[in-house]
Write a protein that binds this ligand. Sequence first.
Ligand SMILES: NC(=O)c1ccc[n+]([C@@H]2O[C@H](COP(=O)([O-])OP(=O)(O)OC[C@H]3O[C@@H](n4cnc5c(N)ncnc54)[C@H](O)[C@@H]3O)[C@@H](O)[C@H]2O)c1
Length: 246
Amino acid sequence: MRLTGKVAIITGGANGIGLAACERFAEEGAHVIMADYDETAGKEQEARFTEKGLNVTFVQVDVVDRTSVEQLVRKAIQHHEKIDILINNAGITRDATLVKMEPADFQRVLDVNLTGVFNCTQAVVPHMIANESGKIINTSSVSGIYGNFGQTNYAATKAAIVGMTKTWAKEFGRKGINVNAVAPGFTATAMVSKMPDKVLDQMKFSTSLQRLGKPRDIANAYLFLASDDADYVHGHVLHVDGGIMM
Ligand SMILES: NC(=O)c1ccc[n+]([C@@H]2O[C@H](COP(=O)([O-])OP(=O)(O)OC[C@H]3O[C@@H](n4cnc5c(N)ncnc54)[C@H](O)[C@@H]3O)[C@@H](O)[C@H]2O)c1
């Protein structure tokens, strides 16, 4: 078991990649706090994990709302007295070409994907500094690395995640906190399933492996970076994309 006794907050944990990460981390012995806006899925999944004997607790949070994030962190500290791992995984899309993009959709994606990561990290990091240890993993995307048609807002946030990750690596390295990012390729979750079959096929065949990622593929990368195996990996952006050629 690679995470025995570790306390992990996974935002956006009730669906998709975050859900796979909750399962994977709990299988490896972590106490997982599944932090998500989606109460229905969160409660359902918490019950499923409890049945399987996995230690996953759902806490409803809106990462955009600082009070909600502070409550999440307070609950985690009350129950576990520490936070070892923060996976900043919650994210949304509101796709349109630049010409058609509504300013509200531009702003909403910035609020969730960027300000949400800022809010969660700023609330958690003092507890990691006090412990002189911690692992922060942010979620970028191939869209942030290469750009992507119809994703002005999303690509901007995911590129910014790279900059924040490298900055926090510089700020927190000396405090014993590792900061890294994962840049997933196109992964089979609700986020991608909204897309037409033709686009999904294009995504598949743009990878050297000729397939979409599975949520567990990305969860395994989070797990590596959250584990002691990655103690000397710092300020890195791990591409987990099947060898994409965009
Ligand atoms: N699926 C992909 O192809 C892909 C590719 C690259 C990067 N990513 C990134 O991976 C992460 C997970 O994506 P996914 O595909 O699993 O998405 P998903 O839509 O399946 O899950 C996202 C989760 O985030 C939660 N969420 C949304 N807004 C929130 C908020 N304000 N507060 C708290 N929780 C909130 C949702 O309720 C949901 O449970 C995202 O950051 C996404 O940008 C996904």
